[in-house]
Design a protein around this ligand. Sequence first.
Ligand SMILES: [Fe+2]
Length: 268
Amino acid sequence: MTKLIIFTDLHMVPEGTTIIGLDPYQRLAAGIAHVNAYHADADHVIFTGDLTHRADRLSYERLKGLLDTLAPPKAITIGNHDRRDVFLDVFSDCPTDENGFVQQAIDLPDCRLLLLDTLFAPPYDYPNSHAGLLCAARMDWLDRQLASAGDRPVMLFMHHPPHATGFTGMDMIRLVNEVEFYDLVKRHGNVLHIFAGHVHRTISGSSRGIPFSVFKSPVHQQPMPFDAPDASLSIDEPAAYGIAVMTDTGVLVHTEDYEIAVREAEVA
Ligand SMILES: [Fe+2]
């Protein structure tokens, strides 16, 4: 029974820097301590991108030091706030596909995990490159990994949701080749669940019949009004990570607001 922990949108910054007054380092450190205390038995901890806020080397080095304290093994991909070259320079042992994209397949007894690199850039012409893309080379890699999964159901992990989530500003910077992506996934018919980040909000549902989960960040979150046209609005809500557990009949998905979680329950 595979158990996975999912973190997304860490937005690490250099020391002394905050985001809307929140300290990404402190927020993630608390999350890692929480995982080490309660989920040290997890098969993997998956990080679905926006590892840093401004893709600077100092932030990646700071992040690497923190992730080295994680008890379970980690698996990482990148998002629109990352730079592929700077990330790989610091995380030089992170697996990539044959073209250098931060994609990997992990086979476990009851499932195949595929981490997808949806970073549109280069060129890194922010904010234009904040949308997501799976180019022809990455789609071809995905095609081959889905084809060779055998009897294992597949779980996809990607920064950009491949579908709209109802937030006007964020939907404008979602995966741009959504139709092509779903055509491929539906053709293989073996994707059990899609996990994503990018939106900084807990969201679940289905698209084209395939269930998905999107998780909150450990740091700043997306405010609720659906129709805000601005993708950069942020609020201070509790930090969270996701938990996915394979079962005999499918997959369970939980979220843990680890900053406010209380373990000692009282009898009502
Ligand atoms: Fe983000």
